[in-house]
Design a protein around this ligand. Structure first.
Ligand SMILES: Nc1ncnc2c1ncn2[C@@H]1O[C@H](COP(=O)(O)OP(=O)(O)OP(=O)(O)O)[C@@H](O)[C@H]1O
Length: 644
């Protein structure tokens, strides 16, 4: 059938429908027929009513809401429009609700469309203009064509139109592209709406991808800039491709001097890292030392092999790691000069000596009997000093085994384990019972104090350290020095400021305060108000408290626990305290024999003399053979003797 007859036939079917309200089955496309039936109710097919047109604020809202879509589709529609003969084709862009966003038309076709009211803002709603390509395409989302008399409104019979929806990969409809030609003209141009729709959808997809990529890239760059860790990236050919500012700081290098260089030529890695690189395995949080241009740099690293053959080496800043180690090892120094509650004159003098000592950077030696509060005083000094924000590292020298003393204090590069001096960086190092340091450690400590540098036990690297040293002893270090068991030079060095804490028996005011304080704490804890009878209190005040505050706290706790009354009478006080014996009469478990005293003395002197028997025998003022025999008897023989 030629074009003319085809259109003639269509017109007859349309007339038939308009006249009788029905069309024979199969003669009209079912979708079109359904739309005709709906339109009968609200449109006059023979009289064109100008469609509504959005204007003013409404139009502005529609245009700005579809700004991105208009920008992309205009570019596509303009390109296609210039490619075809403008006189024969019009291209119209609609938003998802059928509002006209853009019209490309020219010549006679443009004039005809303008007469019908086609322009920006016009509505393509079916109720307005009857059956049209937009309304059908909106229902099906499929490419739609209507030719001549397939339109419900007779005024549109002069045109053939097509419409394609612009749908993104998520299924969102951004709008529609409508192509209009004269019904008498060649209809192959109608495919333009489909081509434009696909192209606009592709552009939207690409722009979205670009936006997402840019967003990810921005986030990626922000993360790289803000992260505390440094990192270096090298490719499968071991060429360095990336190094972030933090890594440049940690390694003291400039990006330009490393990018494009071979990682192998720039850095010397330790075996553990080399092995992980060659086996392409992850290496999480490994503390290593790498060599860069003759410098040894200690780092905590994480190695991540990537699937393209490249590697990422994260450099975790060591001061942070050190802080974590310090937090784990450092003691919670919770005393201040105020919280020591000093009442007695003797202790007030001690505090003024301590205050003076704090003003200098020199080490402080604290003397005092056991349990007198030496550690608490050291903590208070730490908290009152410039080092208060640094760590408080406490080491009990008696607890260090002679074999491991060097390793434990000096650390090692192999672990690597930082030395206690490094851990105390910018803080306080407290050495309890300093007389137990072996002579080897004594000379190491002296060197550290004089140079401010430490060398780990298995390393030749000199690490600068800055800390305040507080040592303490319950013995007379002077006697040790005279006996040759403690380095004279070290003694002078550590005792530049010396604090002597008097025993509790010499500070009755403090003792009385502590009794009241302990009663108060008891009341807060149990809700019971306990008082002490005068005789009982006198007994407590008279007692000599050989174990000082430690003993006081311990025994008072036991006394309170055992007393079911609200008034503590003399009879509730243990007999040894009442009789002012220095040890509990009914408890002999902690008393030691003469042989044990001798054994402890021998072991202590031998340890201090690094098991040099001649030296130890001199200090103990016994013969070498006697010492050797006693060591065997007491089973104190630790291994080969260092006797020369
Ligand atoms: N002024 C104080 N007020 C209350 N309690 C204190 C005071 N000083 C020390 N103590 C407490 O006394 C006990 C012993 O104190 P600290 O450990 O400081 O003594 P020390 O002389 O270092 O002991 P040792 O000789 O056994 O090492 C701790 O429980 C501590 O909390």
């Amino acid at each position: 059938m030629d074009k003319e007859s085809y259109h003639h036939d269509l017109k007859n079917k349309w007339k038939m429908f308009i006249h009788h309200g029905w069309a024979s089955e199969g003669s009209v496309n079912s979708v079109t027929l359904r739309s005709w039936q709906k339109c009968l109710k609200h449109c006059d097919p023979r009289r064109w009513k100008m469609p509504i047109k959005a204007s003013g604020q409404t139009l502005q809202t529609i245009l700005s809401r579809n700004g991105e879509f208009i920008r992309v589709s205009r570019r596509v529609v303009e390109d296609h429009f210039t490619l075809v003969s403008g006189d024969e084709v019009a291209l119209v862009v609609l938003d998802p609700h059928g509002w006209t966003l853009e019209v490309q038309s020219a010549g006679e076709l443009a004039t005809q469309l303008q007469h019908l009211g086609v322009g920006v803002g016009m509505s393509w709603a079916e109720e307005e203009i009857g059956t049209n390509v937009y309304s059908l395409c909106r229902d099906t989302h499929l490419y739609t064509r209507l030719e001549g008399a397939e339109h419900f409104s007779e005024s549109l019979h002069a045109f053939s139109m097509s419409a394609a929806a612009v749908i993104d990969y998520c299924g969102n409809v951004h709008g529609y592209i409508v192509c209009i030609v004269k019904a008498s003209a060649d209809t192959h141009y109608l495919h333009l709406s489909h081509a434009c729709g696909v192209e606009v959808a592709n552009f939207i997809y690409i722009e979205n991808e670009q936006k997402n990529t840019n967003k990810v890239l921005c986030q990626h760059n922000a993360v790289i800039e803000c992260m505390d860790d440094g990192f270096i990236c090298w490719d499968a050919q071991t060429v360095i491709t990336m190094i972030n500012p933090q890594a440049q700081l940690l390694l003291n290098v400039k990006q330009e001097s490393l990018i494009g260089k071979n990682i192998r030529n720039e850095f010397v890695f330790p075996p553990a890292l080399n092995e992980a690189i060659s086996q392409r395995t992850k290496l999480p949080q490994k503390q290593i030392v790498i060599e860069y241009r003759g410098e040894f740099i200690e780092l905590m690293v994480t190695l991540r092999p990537l699937s393209d053959g490249s590697f990422l080496l994260f450099l975790h800043p060591l001061d942070k790691i050190r802080k974590i180690a310090q937090q784990q090892i450092s003691t919670n120094a919770n005393f201040t000069f105020d919280s020591l509650h000093v009442i007695s004159k003797g202790m007030k003098q001690v505090l003024s000596v301590a205050r003076r000592a704090i003003k200098t950077a020199s080490p402080i030696l604290i003397n005092g009997e056991e349990g007198v509060g030496k550690l608490s005083m050291a903590m208070a000094i730490h908290n009152e000093s410039e080092q208060r924000d640094g760590p408080f590292i406490s080491v009990d020298c008696q607890m260090l085994s002679p074999e491991n003393m060097l390793h434990e204090l000096l650390g090692s590069d192999a672990g690597p384990v930082p030395s206690k001096f490094e851990l105390a960086q910018n803080g306080t190092l407290y050495l309890d019972k300093v007389e137990y340091l072996s002579s080897e450690i004594q000379s190491v400590l002296l060197k550290v104090l004089k140079t401010g540098l430490v060398m780990r036990s298995d390393s030749h690297r000199l690490i600068p350290v800055r800390f305040r040293l507080i040592t303490c002893t319950g013995s007379s270090l002077r006697d040790y020095v005279q006996q040759g068991a403690f380095s004279r030079q070290l003694y002078y060095e550590i005792s530049m400021s010396e604090i002597e804490i008097p025993p509790l028996r010499k500070r009755r005011d403090d003792l009385e305060y502590m009794i009241n304080e302990i009663l108060e704490k008891y009341r807060n804890r149990t809700g019971k108000t306990l008082t002490i009878a005068t005789e009982a209190k006198s007994a407590l005040l008279e007692y000599l408290w050989p174990g000082n505050i430690s003993e006081f706290k311990n025994r008072m706790e036991k006394i309170f626990m055992g007393c079911g009354k609200l008034v503590l009478e003399l009879e509730d006080i243990p007999l040894d305290i009442r009789q002012n014996n220095n040890c509990a009469a009914d408890d002999v478990s902690h008393l030691i024999s003469l042989a044990e005293v001798e054994m402890q003395a021998i072991e202590h002197v031998c340890r201090v003399c690094d098991w040099n028997l001649s030296k130890a025998a001199d200090v103990l003022k016994i013969g070498r053979t006697t010492l050797w025999r006693k060591l065997k008897n007491y089973n104190l023989y630790p291994g080969p003797f260092n006797d020369e």
